[in-house]
Design a protein around this ligand. Structure first.
Ligand code: HEC
Ligand code: HEC
Ligand code: HEC
Ligand code: HEC
Length: 106
């Protein structure tokens, strides 16, 4: 009985571990083209610094890219407004870059 239980626990752990291994973390780096100059976003670096994916992916990871709503869906603020708010608000609080040219590089 005890052996059976241990086996079940081990099988469960293996299943959970492989779920994490298969989880899609998205691209390591994302480049946003903008007239002001392209913004290079270190996605993997931010994933390490920001504990909860939902801090940015506020509609959940299944909802798709930010730009599938922002700039498309009338209920969602325009992409520029949404990105500036998200990125700059946190940077102000956690001393990340807030000057235009620290993000936009020509
Ligand atoms: C600091 C903000 C931020 C954090 C934290 C973050 N992401 Fe992202 N992620 C983004 C942005 C911005 C994009 C680009 C979306 C776009 O192109 O519109 C993105 C894109 C993605 C994509 C590609 C989306 C698609 O449908 O093509 C995946 C997958 C993803 N993120 C997964 C994750 C996971 C998993 C975590 C947590 C471990 C995470 N992200 C944490 C900001 C973030
Ligand atoms: C923390 C990083 C960051 C800072 C600081 C920042 N931006 Fe942006 N900005 C972005 C991101 C990300 C986008 C989204 C690009 C997109 O729409 O794909 C963007 C979009 C824009 C856009 C719209 C896109 C376009 O091509 O017209 C303009 C205009 C803009 N920013 C101007 C500015 C100005 C002016 C400043 C300084 C007052 C500034 N930004 C500071 C990250 C930043
Ligand atoms: C399924 C559609 C959808 C997706 C995907 C989505 N958003 Fe949103 N977002 C909205 C809507 C709608 C609002 C308006 C407030 C609300 O309903 O939450 C919003 C509000 C926001 C706000 C607050 C803006 C303000 O002025 O207060 C920010 C910041 C934001 N989104 C950033 C993002 C980022 C960054 C991503 C991608 C990582 C993203 N959103 C993905 C629909 C979406
Ligand atoms: C919840 C907090 C948070 C959010 C949201 C966030 N950042 Fe950051 N970001 C940081 C912190 C903290 C740093 C400073 C990291 C360091 O100095 O090592 C940083 C640094 C940066 C840098 C400097 C170079 C680097 O990668 O270290 C860029 C560029 C940047 N962020 C772009 C963005 C963009 C674009 C967005 C929005 C799509 C964004 N960040 C959203 C916390 C955040």
């Amino acid at each position: 009985m005890k052996k059976m239980l241990i086996l079940l626990v081990v099988a469960g752990l293996v299943a959970v571990t492989s779920m994490f291994a298969l989880a899609n973390n998205g691209p390591a780096e994302i480049k946003f083209e903008a007239k002001m100059g392209a913004v290079t976003f270190d996605h993997v670096g931010h994933q390490g610094a920001v504990a909860d994916c939902a801090t940015c992916h506020h509609k959940g990871l299944e909802a798709g890219t930010c730009s599938s709503c922002h700039g498309v869906d009338a209920a969602a603020p325009k992409a520029k407004k949404a990105f500036h708010k998200l990125c700059k608000d946190c940077h102000k609080a956690q001393s990340g870059p807030t000057k235009c040219k620290e993000c936009h590089v020509k």
